[in-house]
Design a protein around this ligand. Structure first.
Ligand code: ADP
Length: 502
């Protein structure tokens, strides 16, 4: 039955609007809606972090407390239930446990391995109690990578999961979830040992969740075609490229979409005025509103460059750091940065702000509503990433007519085409070498083109008309689900890679 509706369980550590630190949450909140629109029965599972308000999200009890095996004993889990906002046909299950999740943040705790093993195990046990048998489990990033491992080991003889296939999505290879031997015991897979790949001796005595997901999943994908190619090379493979090369016949690239409902300049509830490609008047109002909120002089003609990002090396902030002062000194331009991350970038941005208070505004925090105002009110959007699995910021910016200035890598290369003034082709400004001069000259090129109103308007229209909605990417995921179901096997790909701990 090639077109039958599928039962899909999507497992993620973060899901919009319940918990978010980055693009993973956006994907986990938006992909299910597109799958549902395509007729599939899709359900989502995540931990119930302490800050997820029970009343606000209308959480109800899905199951009475039940035991979850952890190491050599059981720990009790609760399973709560709600649904995606405005989509009561997409259930969201939340694993509840005070000890593991009643904390201020989402990650960066010493017992993160236990916290996510517990989430995964409680989800599999809970779904089984509910009697809802998924055809495929779609896991995301290291937090859920133990699931494909289990499906081929401790759950392989469990009739409930005997036919369940697993797709594993790599959102960012830089975060692998590396822990010591003990977590194999916690997860109940110590008898299967470490992954011992001949070309990756560094895995011989650590538990690398990301590596295990790649090793055990039926199908693996990452979030753009270019990144799927890049990670086969040592430069981008973060030490896992030999394993990825072994599994390349099962490795795909599927570009993320953006949530077209939440990111719509014609309906966005957080912006000062609505606009469309056909009537751009509202965008000028959004710009003035943003300049006011940022405490910068209100000027229609001064180009505003926005940046919304984790403040991390990956995102190219070392390059921004090097060019910010000359850029502001020599050009009539305003820079508005929203982000949190490495302290040294916080410090540097504060320094630059102190020197150029009329030209740069910095919001060193995480604020979803302000992000929308920046997408809407800026003329350009800066994203010079060192590497970028997909990147959502540039796609959201395109939709809001904020022209991206990017480094052509990973998903940025797949979504932003460099503007060529002779042919009029392209939707942004892109450069290749990871070098501050390349970034600087690209920004100057954008500022030059900004002066030509007609050219710029054409660029904006092209940007806004591009379709980055989830519909086509969701269909590609359905193809991967069907491929995983058709080709699933009980066995890991190469048992020779397994090494018992001594
Ligand atoms: P990442 O590598 O962080 O996942 P993406 O570009 O894929 O990068 O996704 C980042 C998402 O998080 C975008 O939706 C962006 O608007 C949002 N975001 C990043 N930093 C902030 C912030 N400080 N405040 C609000 N939203 C943010």
């Amino acid at each position: 039955m090639p077109n039958a509706a599928l039962k899909i369980l999507l497992m993620s550590a973060e899901v919009v609007p319940f918990a978010k630190t980055g693009g993973l949450a956006d994907v986990a909140g938006a992909l299910p809606k597109a799958l549902r629109a395509d007729g599939h029965d899709v359900r989502v599972a995540m931990p119930r972090y302490g800050r997820i308000d029970r009343a606000r999200f209308d959480l109800s009890v899905a199951l009475p407390p039940y035991p979850v095996p952890m190491d050599d004993h059981d720990i009790e889990a609760g399973l709560l239930q709600t649904h995606l906002p405005d989509h009561d046909d997409i259930p969201v299950y939340m694993v509840d446990n005070q000890h593991y999740y009643e904390r201020d943040g989402i990650y960066m705790y010493e017992d993160d391995a236990d916290r996510f093993i517990f989430f995964c195990r409680a989800t599999l046990e809970g779904i089984k109690r509910l009697g809802w048998q998924p055809d495929v489990i779609h896991c995301h990033d290291w937090h859920t990578a133990i699931v494909p491992n289990w499906l081929k080991t401790i759950y392989k003889h469990d009739p409930f999961y005997a036919r369940t296939a697993c797709v594993y999505t790599i959102h960012n290879l830089a975060y692998q979830g590396i822990f010591g031997y003990r977590v194999l015991e916690v997860a109940g897979v110590d008898e299967y040992g470490f992954i011992a790949h001949p070309d990756m001796p560094h895995l011989n005595d650590v538990v690398d969740f990301m590596g295990r997901g790649i090793y055990y999943a039926d199908i693996i994908n990452t979030v753009s075609e270019t990144y799927a190619d890049e990670i086969l090379q040592p430069d981008f493979g973060e030490g896992l490229d030999p394993l990825l090369r072994d599994r390349r016949d099962r490795l795909y690239g599927v570009l993320n979409g953006i949530d077209a409902e939440l990111n719509d300049p014609a309906a966005d509830q957080y912006i000062a005025a609505h606009y469309t490609a056909e009537n751009l008047a509202g965008k000028a109002e959004c710009k003035l509103d943003l300049q006011r909120e940022a405490g910068l002089p209100q000027s229609r003609s001064t180009p505003v460059i926005g940046a919304i990002s984790r403040l991390a090396d990956q995102k190219g902030f070392d390059l921004i750091d090097q060019i910010a002062e000359p850029l502001l000194l020599h050009n009539d331009v305003q820079l508005i940065v929203l982000g949190t991350g490495d302290q040294r970038y916080h410090d540097r941005l504060n320094e630059i702000r102190a020197r150029f208070p009329q030209q740069i505004a910095t919001f060193l925090t995480f604020k979803a509503q302000l992000a929308q105002k920046i997408y809407a009110g800026s003329d350009m959007f800066l994203m010079p990433s060192r590497f970028e699995p997909c990147g959502l910021g540039q796609m959201i910016a395109l939709r809001y007519g904020s022209i991206p200035i990017v480094r052509a890598t990973g998903g940025l290369a797949d979504t932003v085409r460099n503007f060529d003034p002779t042919s009029g082709e392209g939707n942004g400004f892109a450069f290749h070498p990871y070098h501050s001069m390349a970034l600087y000259t690209t920004i100057v090129r954008a500022l030059e083109n900004y002066r030509y109103r007609h050219t710029w308007q054409q660029l904006m229209l092209r940007a806004m008309h591009a379709d980055h909605s989830w519909a086509s990417s969701a269909r590609r995921y359905v193809d991967l689900y069907r491929r995983a179901i058709a080709t699933r096997s009980d066995r890991p790909p190469r048992e020779a890679y397994q090494k018992n701990a001594s």
